[in-house]
Design a protein around this ligand. Sequence first.
Ligand code: DQA
Length: 145
Amino acid sequence: QNILVLHGPNLNLLGKREPGVYGVVTLDEINQMLEREAQELQVKSAALQSNHEGVLVDFIHAAQDQHQGILINAGAYTHTSVAIRDAIAAVNLPTVEVHLSNIYRREAFRHHSYIAEVAIGQISGFGAESYRLGLHALVDYLKQS
Ligand code: DQA
C-alpha cells in the first residue's frame, strides 16, 4: 500500500504560523513522523504540499495510478473547494481528512467541510497527532477492505 499525504495552503508555514493555533511543529517534522509511522505500519507514503487549488487537484488525479489512499489536510480549501471535493470523488480513493485545530470550535466559516462529504472520516483538533491518528485509521481501513 502506498499512501499520498496532501497538505494544502499555508501549511508550508507550520511552526511559524499562528503557533498558538497550529503548534510549533514544522511541516518537515510532520512528514518525517509520518514516514516513520508508515514504515512501522508497513506501508509506503509520500507527502506533497501546494498553496494552489488546481495543483492539489492535479496531485489527486495523479494519485489514482500510484496510491491506494489519501490523507489530506486541505487547509482553507476544506471550506471552499468544490474542485478538490470533486477530484477526490472522481479518483475514488479512500480518503481521510485531518486538521491540526478543532475546526468546530473556531469561526463558523470553518465548520463546514466539502471534503467531509467524500471522506471515510475526519480527525480534527489534535495538532500533529491528527495526522498520525489519520494515517492509522486509513491504513486500518485499507487492510480491512
Ligand atoms: C486547518 C484548519 C483550516 O480552517 C485552516 O484554514 C488551515 C488549517 C487545520 O489543520 O487546522 O489552514 O486545516
